[in-house]
Design a protein around this ligand. Structure first.
Ligand code: COA
Length: 415
């Protein structure tokens, strides 16, 4: 079966996490992704957080599936020429170097346009134009600068970063959408364009509801669905809301049976208004279904803490899975707090290809997260990440270099 992005060639000049997330997705959709790395070293993540000596790390293998790897020293004049040939043959150049690195290499937007006016140049940067545009940025810096950290955690504690890599992988996702959109526009204009996804912007986009709340707070001085209401104080900025749901349906994380020893024996419980009567029945508080102090969402708001304490008395008598089973029967929205161990072992995620086992020649078998986006006409087949420079000869040959030229370039240290 053909793939959605068959025929699209990507010059993948990305490293670490944000850029590789983007190009891995494009590869899963069928693009030919040629990852350019420095000979001898490669993407720094190949050797970061290694669990097996001298073997590509899981950090690298899990972000670089379905790609080909070619080594080029792009600071070597002959290596530069190889990169120029690649630019002429590819549709998209994706990069996430520190600001200015591509220009310093000699590949300005103007130069790339000269070489290939159809080329789309897609970049992840930490910040967009402004005071911080020259800064190098990693995940947690973006989480802090994009509004996630100041709004995550409990009110009486410091800002907290989240385990979800919304700065890196989140921005990679944004960039991938920008690229396919630019490819679509190119079918009409015939021209390439620049695509920029700044990590601060990506995080802020994912924190959109918190900017909503900032304005609500400024207008009304309070936010009734926040745990600070009605007894706590609101300041000038959106406070950290603990585990409050952030939407119009109050929710909280509650202990389940076994919480004393299992750090993940918890459930997320939403007191959705339409099922309030069912909640009351399940937890044995039938009288709340008609009591004017509890019957409407507005009446419940100032009592949420006590309500969740009462529900928790019930959830603590069940494991999170038993509670799920019972609550789902009544369409009460809830979710178990799953550990990574439980997720890794979950058969349904294996079945859909969201968790995949991959074979690797030096690492052996490992688990990875497959493509979370499923296309019915373009199914994803997850293939292992390339070894450093594994496809240099193959790609060079496709670019028209003879075996002698390849050998000479290798001797010159250009590839
Ligand atoms: N041949 C020769 N030189 C190469 C090369 C190659 N194949 N590939 C990269 N380089 C060079 C670059 O030209 C650059 O050289 P320069 O600084 O002399 O211009 C250098 O390698 C390293 O680039 P840089 O991006 O500065 O790496 P870093 O390890 O110092 O910084 C980041 C890493 C992630 C902080 C930085 O790249 C960055 O801020 N990126 C943008 C934001 C981002 O994506 N962050 C999230 C990463 S998950």
């Amino acid at each position: 079966m053909s793939k959605a992005l068959d025929g699209v060639r990507i010059l993948d000049f990305t490293h670490v996490q944000s850029g590789p997330t983007c190009t891995q997705l494009l590869a899963w959709f069928g693009a030919d992704v040629i990852k350019v790395e420095r000979a001898g070293a490669g993407d720094i993540t190949r050797e970061q957080l290694r669990d097996i000596p001298d073997v590509d790390s899981l950090y690298f293998t899990m972000l670089n599936h379905n790609k080909r790897s070619i080594t080029i020293d792009t600071k070597n004049p002959e290596g530069k020429q190889v990169l120029e040939t690649l630019i002429q043959k590819c549709d998209v150049l994706v990069e996430n170097f520190a600001p200015g690195a591509l220009d310093r290499m000699g590949f300005t937007w103007e130069r790339i346009q000269e070489l290939n006016p159809r080329m789309i140049v897609a970049s992840v940067k930490g910040f967009g134009p402004g005071p911080y545009e020259d800064c190098k940025v990693y995940e947690n810096v973006a989480q802090c600068a994009g509004g996630a950290a100041s709004t995550t955690g409990f009110d009486d504690g410091p800002p907290v970063v989240t385990g979800a890599q919304i700065g890196d992988s989140g921005t990679g996702l944004h960039l991938a959408l920008g690229i396919v959109t630019a490819l679509y526009q190119r079918t009409q204009t015939g021209r390439g364009q620049k695509v920029l996804a700044a990590m601060q912007d990506g995080v802020l986009n994912l924190c959109r509801v918190k900017l909503r709340d900032q304005q609500r707070l400024e207008r009304t001085g309070t936010m009734k669905e926040y745990p600070q209401y009605p007894n706590g104080q609101f300041g000038e900025a959106v406070p950290r809301a603990g585990n409050a749901s952030g939407g119009g349906q109050p929710g909280w994380i509650l202990k389940c049976k076994g919480w004393e020893t299992d750090p993940n024996a918890y459930i997320y419980f939403i007191t959705q208004a339409p099922v309030w009567a069912k909640i009351c029945n399940v937890i044995g508080k039938e009288e709340w279904a008609t009591d004017p102090d509890y019957v409407t969402p507005a009446a419940r708001l100032p009592r949420l803490k006590d309500i969740f304490a009462e529900i928790e008395r019930w959830t603590m008598t069940k494991t999170k899975f038993e509670a799920m089973q019972i609550l789902n029967k009544y369409d009460i929205p809830c979710g178990p707090i799953l550990s990574m161990k439980e997720i890794a072992e979950e058969p349904s995620l294996r079945k859909t290809g969201t968790i995949v086992e991959v074979d690797h020649p030096t690492r052996g078998r490992y688990l990875t997260v497959g493509n979370p986006i499923k296309l019915s006409d373009s199914p994803t087949e997850v293939k292992r990440s390339p070894l450093l420079g594994e496809h240099t000869d193959e790609v060079m040959t496709e670019l028209g270099y003879s075996p002698e030229q390849i050998s000479a370039l290798r001797t010159a240290g250009a590839i």
